[in-house]
Design a protein around this ligand. Structure first.
Ligand code: PMT
Length: 403
């Protein structure tokens, strides 16, 4: 899955001959799973039509503060457009637009949007070779980069003037590759190894029966997806679930019993940076597993149970530099019990969810958690989709590991 997938990308198109390539850029961005909107300078419309770009992006294209041909026209809000974007790509970026960006000369919607945007800005210059090398252009590049904007350098080749040199806008495929590489490199969890457990465990009674629980795995899978989205290398040790993963980079290890989860968790814990144990591991398993299916009896059946290994506690003992996160699913004295688990199991953070809260727990799409750190500081959150709960958890972990 591309790091661009799901991103809101604002494409700024300015008046250069390379504007004809912007149609292809929109197409590639959409193919990568981005939501694309386009803002053009008024003169860019001489090079490529808004109709082409709106058809490809499936969104209205903006080029002026007010659509003068429409008497009911509304004011196009550059602030909203700038704040909407996760990423602003200006391609092609002419010398004229770049110098206005550097000076803050907001005489068109594109520049006003640029000045309002809070997201990362990339610009792909396109101009003739002498313009590209001119000291004022080089100074402009320097100023824009000092603002935190990223240049996607022009390439060498034949130019619209017939001259040959540096100034051709980078090819659309190369621009996309540049964005993907740059975004991936800057992700906050880049280079971090995450170990996550999820789902239930099944403890066999006989070949057809087991002791299990109602965990769906949704919470753990959401944490795995969020960690991977932010650049972590993720190993997900999953009990039996019907869930699938969207991010292909996640390495899933399927297990059934607490013992199998324990062995895999111990193996991957040694080399991980962060371990998050969200699985609902069975605390007990049958002492003897019947080899044949147990026949129905006229009297009752008594099963002798023994304790399963406590995976979290054993990782807490082994812990070196890893950041260890446990979950606590409580029904009473929630905060107290969670704090006790945090200390007893030598954790850095515990995620408390209480079965007394509505919209919480097994199978639900939502959860309500309170995080408690090693100094007993609590971070309470409201009821949210599990994807958003995962975001909150990972955000706190990022703050802690980068502190
Ligand atoms: O899977 P979902 O349907 O989305 O539901 C999510 C969830 C409710 C399962 C999840 O949010 C959750 O609370 N997971 C932990 C459930 C649990 O077993 O809680 P616990 O308080 O019993 O265990 C405390 C911690 O010890 C947990 O991190 C657990 O993974 C771990 N543990 C428990 C027993 C054991 N033998 N080994 C362990 O590592």
């Amino acid at each position: 899955m591309s790091v661009i997938s799901g991103k809101k990308v604002l494409l700024g198109v300015t008046a250069g001959i390379a504007a004809y390539k912007s149609a292809y850029l929109v197409r590639l961005l959409v193919k990568k799973g981005a939501e694309v909107r386009v803002v053009m300078t008024p003169s860019a419309k001489d090079f490529v039509t808004p109709l082409t770009l709106s058809t490809l992006s499936k969104n209205e294209v903006f080029s002026s503060f007010v659509d003068e041909e429409n008497e009911n026209a509304q004011w196009n809000n550059h602030v909203a457009l700038g704040l909407w974007a996760d990423l602003f790509l200006i391609a092609p970026a002419t010398a004229n637009t770049l110098s206005k960006m550097a000076q803050g000369n907001s005489d068109n919607l594109l520049i006003a949007t640029y000045l309002s945007a809070k997201c990362p800005v990339y610009f792909a210059p396109a101009m003739d070779l002498d313009m590209y090398q001119h000291p004022s252009t080089l100074k402009t590049f320097e100023i824009l980069q000092s603002f935190g904007n990223t240049i996607i350098p022009a390439t060498h080749g034949e130019l619209a003037s017939g001259l040959v040199g540096q100034g051709r806008m980078a090819e659309p495929e190369d621009i996309i590759a540049f964005l993907e590489e740059d975004i991936a490199r800057k992700l906050p969890l880049k280079g971090k190894k995450f170990l996550i457990t999820a789902g239930p465990t099944y403890e066999a009674i006989d070949p057809v029966r087991f002791i299990g629980n109602h965990s769906s795995g949704k919470m753990g899978y959401a944490i795995a997806e969020e960690s991977a989205r932010l650049g972590a290398e993720v190993v997900l040790i999953s009990g039996p679930t019907s869930l699938s993963l969207h991010n292909e980079s996640i390495r899933k290890i399927s297990v059934t019993s607490a013992q199998e989860m324990y062995e895999q968790a111990k193996h991957y814990f040694v080399s991980c940076d962060v371990a998050i144990l969200s699985a609902a591991v069975a605390d007990y398993r049958p002492k003897q597993v019947a080899v044949q299916k147990i026949k129905k009896m006229t009297t009752g059946l008594t099963l002798e149970l023994e304790k399963t290994p406590d995976i979290l506690a054993s990782l807490g003992v082994e812990k070196q530099d890893q950041f260890l996160v446990g979950f606590a699913l409580e029904t009473e004295n929630e905060l107290e019990n969670a704090k006790t688990k945090l200390k007893k199991k030598n954790l850095d953070l515990i995620v408390l969810n209480s079965l007394n809260d509505e919209g919480v727990g097994f199978g639900a799409d939502t959860n309500k958690v309170t995080l408690i750190d090693a100094s007993n500081k609590t971070y309470p959150f409201g009821v949210k989709e599990k994807g958003d709960v995962a975001k909150d958890i990972i955000q706190i972990i990022i703050e802690k590991i980068h502190a």
